[in-house]
Design a protein around this ligand. Structure first.
Ligand SMILES: [Zn+2]
Length: 422
């Protein structure tokens, strides 16, 4: 198999320079679409792949800024128009011959981190560090995009040998687990027989693959907003409706939700913003929180308790309230057939070992929503880790990874295509 590392490095560094945060990846999406169309893929964008009712945590100011930046950087206006405000794209290859349908997912967003200017930081040293202050590909999603493009290129070079159909999903807004729900709800994966997604680095060093990471936590990120009524705090406090009091009661009650007997739960209120002035009965309060659970049912229990408390507190303080889901992911159990496939592939690559195959992930990843959707329709799914040495932890300013492992990523995905569609 002929994979050109230099080409992969060039792509990775190009995307590394233009990091865009969730739901603002207009330049990134447009560039990906440019490459994929040139290779010969059909490109799906906007509401072809996004169900707006399930879009989570999308901030309009950030969306508009991202669009303006993309235009300034010369993004293809044809794509920007077709995106219709929603980032991400799906590339489709249809062999025209009967066979299975497979989907691979690559996330494309960056994190809100200012990139290091240390002399030892390679992106800075070699001139490909972020040109967007405050934003950086500090989680390796630039590498994920690259692995997707490398896989795409191989597919087109070998298309005559393939049967069935391939969908390459370039997903926006993975950070905060915000993007997958809208893609799943679009139905774009509902004909998929096999689904795979992965992450670079994390718990694995160069030359290893974790084929079956465990303990993906189900999670829901929720905002609660209380709306009270202002009044003079000295003369007429009884005419006000106190949003701060409501929120404060909600916070302590939320942390008191009873544990679940059948599995692990978590809750964290991370932000409470409220009030207008010292002598005014406060009218507004916003709570940002997350719940997690060992599985979807336990997480749903936590989420329902949150809704109950939000409502109960509103009633007792006579304030208005609303809740909004800002992000979500579910647990997922990899299908044994897919684990065996990935391990077979890794075992055939001399430079790759299957590492601690059952590493406990203990975090959330919204690829699980896509994988579960495929499983719910009778398909098979896997999420695995592609090892890569790195210079710092994920989401830190000095993060950089071993680019040679981009080849490993492309080898695994293209081998999956060969095994499933050749
Ligand atoms: Zn990540």
């Amino acid at each position: 198999m002929n994979i050109n590392l230099q080409q992969l490095i060039q792509w990775r560094r190009e995307f590394h320079r233009f990091p865009e945060t969730g739901w603002s990846e207009f330049w990134t999406t447009s560039k990906i679409a440019d490459y994929l169309e040139e290779m010969g893929f059909e490109i799906l964008l906007g509401q072809q792949i996004i169900n707006p009712d399930f879009v989570r945590g999308r901030n309009l100011t950030i969306v508009e800024q991202g669009l303006a930046n993309a235009q300034a950087y010369g993004a293809n206006s044809q794509w920007l128009e077709r995106m219709n405000g929603y980032t991400g794209c799906v590339a489709v290859f249809d062999s025209g011959k009967p066979g299975k349908t497979i989907a691979f997912r690559f996330d494309i967003d960056c994190v809100n981190v200012t990139e290091s200017v240390a002399a030892t930081h390679r992106p800075h040293q070699e001139g490909f560090s972020s040109i967007n202050p405050g934003f950086m590909h500090a989680c390796g999603h630039d590498g994920h995009i690259t692995i997707g493009l490398g896989t795409a290129q191989w597919i087109m070079q070998n298309k005559d040998k393939l049967r069935g159909k391939i969908k390459l999903v370039f997903q926006p807004a993975e950070e905060g687990v915000r993007g997958a729900a809208a893609i799943a709800a679009s139905g774009i994966l509902d004909d998929v027989d096999y689904f795979a997604g992965s992450h670079l680095s994390f718990c694995a060093s160069s030359g290893t693959i974790i084929s079956n990471p465990k303990n993906f936590l189900s999670t829901t990120k929720v905002d609660i907003r209380y709306q009270g009524k202002p009044a003079h705090a000295g003369a007429a406090p009884h005419l006000g409706r106190h949003a701060v009091l409501a929120a404060a009661h909600a916070v302590t009650q939320l942390h008191g939700i009873s544990r679940h007997g059948e599995g692990m739960t978590r809750i964290n209120v991370g932000v409470l913003r409220a009030g207008e002035g010292r002598n005014v009965i406060p009218t507004s309060a916003e709570i940002q929180l997350e719940v997690r659970g060992e599985n979807k049912a336990i997480n749903d229990y936590m989420y329902q308790q949150v809704l109950q408390i939000a409502k109960g507190v509103a009633l007792s303080f006579d304030v208005e309230y609303e809740t909004e889901i800002m992000g979500e992911a579910v647990d997922m159990i990899n299908d044994p057939e897919m684990i065996a496939l990935v391990e077979d592939i890794a075992n055939q690559l001399p430079q790759i070992q299957v590492g601690n195959a059952e590493y406990p992930f203990n975090a959330s990843e919204d690829a699980t929503i896509l994988g579960r959707r495929v499983q719910d329709n009778g398909g098979k799914s896997i999420y695995f880790i592609i090892g890569a040495n790195r210079t710092a932890e994920h989401h830190q300013a000095e993060f950089d990874f071993d680019e040679s492992q981009l080849v490993t990523g492309v080898q695994i995905y293209t081998s999956l295509v060969q095994k499933l569609l050749a």
